[in-house]
Design a protein around this ligand. Structure first.
Ligand code: CAA
Ligand code: NAD
Length: 295
């Protein structure tokens, strides 16, 4: 954190207005956190239902603070007013930073990022909340990759302190400094890491998920694995439940990126339960069915 703070001091771009692309699990959380910490944010999606969900979630979280006496009602209304949900690209104008948080698919992200670069003034900072895709790979879509880096939040965004800031080969120091600064403004603990598939955390987390999947393929009962990890080992949740929280579709994309990036260590397993569930459209908590049922 000390190094990150030092880097923030060199910052030249102050983030006064932000934007997030994607109003899903992560985009909604990022919008809430930015508004809560005082930086107005445009939340853009291609789906009105996603925007409505994102706004409802923000209202619920802020409502809890009011109920507990931690926030006044007028502050709650003001905070909600700092999030502008939209379906229109034109509303992104005036943003100092854009956090891309759309599906974990390299080609979709490249198209979205290239479109943003064309539309926004030169110097606008572009970041990706990708879980696993190399920043240098995404940067191939950009003409000015110096203004681009990874900004990887963790789920649930309002609760998880860490943000990984991933420096691509061509990312400038000024860009890293400005993004560190914004992460600190959001009340997060940023770390600056180098680029590789999965960066730091997901190089640790996805081998754990792979170990779990192997146990299931070999016949383990996933509910028992979860019970042991939760009740006896003492982690907040077991791997099956955590995969449902992350989103099975997202975890499936991430597993593919990690397998491509580390073909010997992270090769995809036959009958990988994450792939089996994704193919059955059991996407986890986001559609009420994954390893577990939620409705
Ligand atoms: N958004 C905002 N808040 C949420 C939430 C969400 N989606 N889900 C739960 N919460 C909040 C609840 O509202 C509740 O808040 P209050 O205390 O204000 O009522 C709180 O979280 C839950 O409180 P608990 O007492 O049940 O739990 P806790 O405070 O002890 O722990 C936690 C919460 C730290 C999130 C814990 O559940 C945890 O560690 N979970 C695992 C999270 C994790 O591992 N995330 C990483 C996922 S992988 C990833 O993000 C990377 C990737 O690229 C895929
Ligand atoms: P999600 O499925 O909940 O939401 C994705 C949203 O993106 C949807 O609302 C969809 O309508 C929208 N979208 C798709 N294409 C779009 C476009 N062209 N423009 C605007 N919006 C578009 O996914 P998520 O879990 O929020 O994940 C988003 C990103 O964050 C992924 O790259 C994922 O790997 C990463 N991430 C996820 C987690 C997690 O635990 N879920 C944690 C860290 C990082």
């Amino acid at each position: 954190k000390g190094v990150a703070k030092k880097q923030a001091k060199q910052s030249s771009t102050e983030i006064k207005q932000a934007a997030v692309l994607g109003a899903g699990i992560m985009g909604g959380g990022i919008a809430y956190q930015s508004a809560y910490k005082g930086t107005p944010i445009v939340m853009k999606d291609i789906n009105q239902a996603a925007l409505d969900l994102g706004m409802n979630e923000a209202a619920t979280l802020l409502g809890k603070k009011v109920e507990r006496g931690h926030m006044k009602l007028d502050k709650m209304v003001g905070t909600l007013g700092k999030i502008k949900p939209t379906l229109n690209d034109a509303d992104l104008a005036g943003s100092d930073i854009v956090v891309e948080a759309v599906v974990e698919h390299p080609q979709v992200k490249k198209t979205v990022l290239a479109g943003l670069e064309k539309q926004l003034p030169e110097g606008t900072i572009l970041t990706s909340n990708t879980s696993t895709i190399r920043i240098d790979e995404l940067a191939e879509a950009l003409e000015k990759p110096e203004h681009f880096c990874g900004m990887h939040f963790f789920n649930p965004v309002p609760k998880m302190p860490l943000v990984e800031i991933i420096r691509g080969e061509k990312t400038s120091d000024e860009t890293v400094a400005a993004v560190v600064d914004y992460a600190l403004k959001l009340g997060k603990s940023p770390i600056v890491v180098n680029d590789c598939p999965g960066f730091f955390v997901n190089r640790v987390l996805f081998p754990y998920f792979a170990g779990f999947s192997k146990l299931v393929v070999e016949g383990a009962d996933f509910t028992k694995v979860d019970k042991v990890m939760e009740n006896v080992f003492g982690w907040p949740m077991g791997p099956a439940y955590l995969l449902d929280v992350v989103g099975i579709d997202t975890a499936n994309h991430c597993t593919g990126v990690m397998a491509d990036g580390f073909p010997t260590r992270m090769a995809r397993q036959d009958k990988d339960p994450v792939a089996v569930l994704a193919n059955a459209e059991r996407f986890g908590q986001k559609n009420q069915k994954g390893f577990y049922k939620y409705a």
